[in-house]
Write a protein that binds this ligand. Structure first.
Ligand code: SF4
Ligand code: SF4
Length: 156
């Protein structure tokens, strides 16, 4: 694990986040881990951990947080939002972090629209798979395969 060098931290980072509508209670996080335990993305991706993202942001790890690929893994399902005992509203916080990553030049500005579009397509694929499980049919299965292939060939 990389060392955390405190004098390289940006103490203003948390204030910049808190000043955004939706993130007012973000520093109330007391690292209980409820969000991570309930998160469907954390369940399948070892590096995705909402509690850790909040901790890093509170510590002032601006560059590490805003340049991280994990910012784009959240499916914005609102599970953590509903369960958080401190009303941290992580789903809003992650949107704010994505906006900041774009505004501060860590990633291209097209990424936000691409991420929204990708989430929509993934939900559509998910519905098609469920439909196919409930009503197996060759045509539906081919559609699912094609949607997945098309998405894999899309560039970010
Ligand atoms: S559930 Fe809320 S308080 Fe608990 S770790 Fe997650 S954000 Fe922090
Ligand atoms: S909104 Fe994002 S971080 Fe929260 S539970 Fe859903 S996928 Fe996980």
């Amino acid at each position: 694990m990389d060392k955390i060098i405190l004098n390289k931290m940006d103490p203003k980072f948390k204030d910049d986040i808190v000043s955004q509508p939706g993130a007012e209670f973000f520093t109330r996080c007391f690292t209980c881990g409820t969000c991570t335990a309930a998160c469907p993305v954390a369940e399948v991706h070892d590096e995705y951990d909402p509690r850790k993202i909040i901790r890093m942001a509170i510590l002032g790890m601006r560059k590490e947080v805003l340049s991280s690929d994990v910012l784009w893994m959240c499916s914005r399902c609102y599970t953590c939002y509903a369960l958080c005992p401190q009303n941290v509203k992580f789903t809003d916080v992650i949107s704010i972090l994505r906006d900041m990553a774009i505004k501060e030049g860590y990633i291209p500005k097209e990424r936000l629209d691409q991420a929204r579009e990708l989430d929509k397509k993934l939900q559509s694929i998910r519905c098609k798979i469920i439909d196919n499980k409930l009503h197996p049919n060759q045509e539906n299965q081919e559609n699912v395969k094609k949607s997945i292939e098309d998405e894999l060939n899309e560039k970010w």
